[in-house]
Ligand binder design. Structure first.
Ligand code: 1HE
Length: 269
């Protein structure tokens, strides 16, 4: 077994393999509401840096306990009484982890529940698909705690809901949940109470069947292209499509369409 996917190499994450290269990565500090301490961030970096080369085709990101993630480990932070330099480097490790997730090319489907707050929302926003249930709630309590976001909320949460809604969330501690959270863009799917894991699994199983190079383009190139000017993005998109759309593995799928054996796209019934 590759070191990256060996559960024995992790303490704060539980790693389990399903069929088809699909892995479930579970935040596993429920007694601390899965607060993100240094050790957990390092484990996220380890897993997501090596996932693609270890053959991971899709990840279901889940959490043990009632809450997805309570954000920065405030107790560790308080006890460490960090210098500005120290905390800047803590944040750079968070960015390393979340950038590996967003840009790593492996689809990540997050099964959310309970609190998805502060750094927990920053973590969730580095996934490609977010599934919630009616009890899932999002907030940025940093404003009330006398601190600021440091794990990408200013970038990814702004991207999802717009700069001024993000500013309102951190200024006022406003909580979003349910259909409103979906309508705003904090999540793409909502299920019945307690159903987010099963729905995320259904999605992860489906996307794991896409060709890995196609998923790489969707879960890496799209983010890079969005950081570019329109002209440069159009150019780079053409280059990515040149590589992906001519991959030998796609020929069988294209042939199935040409032979009329492939499924057609139909409206929802
Ligand atoms: C924690 C943390 C944490 C819980 N760091 N230990 N994030 C926040 O401001 C959220 C802070 N947490 C909460 O508001 C609540 O804990 C929850 C709503 C998530 C859950 O409430 P509840 O009633 O189920 O649990 P609890 O009794 O508050 O906490 C249970 C234990 O988890 C307790 O530890 P214990 O040893 O006393 O049992 C808590 O101390 C611990 N715990 N949350 C450390 N966050 C890069 S910058 C990012 C900026 C941020 O993320 S700011 C953090 C925002």
């Amino acid at each position: 077994m590759h070191d990256v996917v060996n559960p024995a190499n992790y303490e704060n994450l539980a790693i389990s393999e399903r069929e088809n290269g699909l892995y479930v990565v579970t935040l596993n500090r429920p007694t601390k509401r899965n607060a993100l301490d240094i050790a957990t961030i390092e484990e996220l970096i380890r897993f997501f840096s090596g996932a693609r080369l270890a053959g991971v085709k899709a990840v279901l990101l889940a959490a043990e306990g009632d809450h997805f993630c309570a954000g920065l480990d405030l107790v560790e932070h308080w006890k460490a009484d960090r210098s500005p330099d120290d905390f800047m480097h803590v944040c750079l490790r968070w960015h390393e982890a979340f950038n590996k997730m967003e840009y790593g090319g492996v689809p990540i489907i997050a099964a959310l529940k309970g609190a998805v707050v502060g750094g927990g929302l920053e973590l969730a926003s580095a996934a490609h698909v977010r599934v919630i249930d009616p009890g899932t709630y999002f907030a940025l309590p940093e404003g009330q705690r006398g601190i600021f976001t440091g794990g990408g909320a200013t970038i990814r949460v702004s991207d999802m809901i717009g700069k001024y809604r993000m500013i309102d969330m951190i200024l006022t501690g406003r909580v979003y949940q349910g259909q409103e959270a979906v309508d705003l863009g904090l999540a793409q799917y909502i299920t019945e109470e307690g159903g987010s894991f099963d729905k995320a699994m259904e999605i992860a199983e489906k996307v794991a069947q896409n060709l890995p190079l196609t998923n790489f383009a969707i879960c890496s190139a799209v983010s890079h292209l969005n950081n570019m000017s329109g002209m440069d993005a159009a150019y780079a998109e053409a280059v990515v499509a040149g590589v992906v759309n001519t991959q030998p593995a796609a020929r069988a799928r294209l042939e199935a369409f040409a032979n009329k054996t492939a499924a057609r796209v139909r409206p929802n019934s």
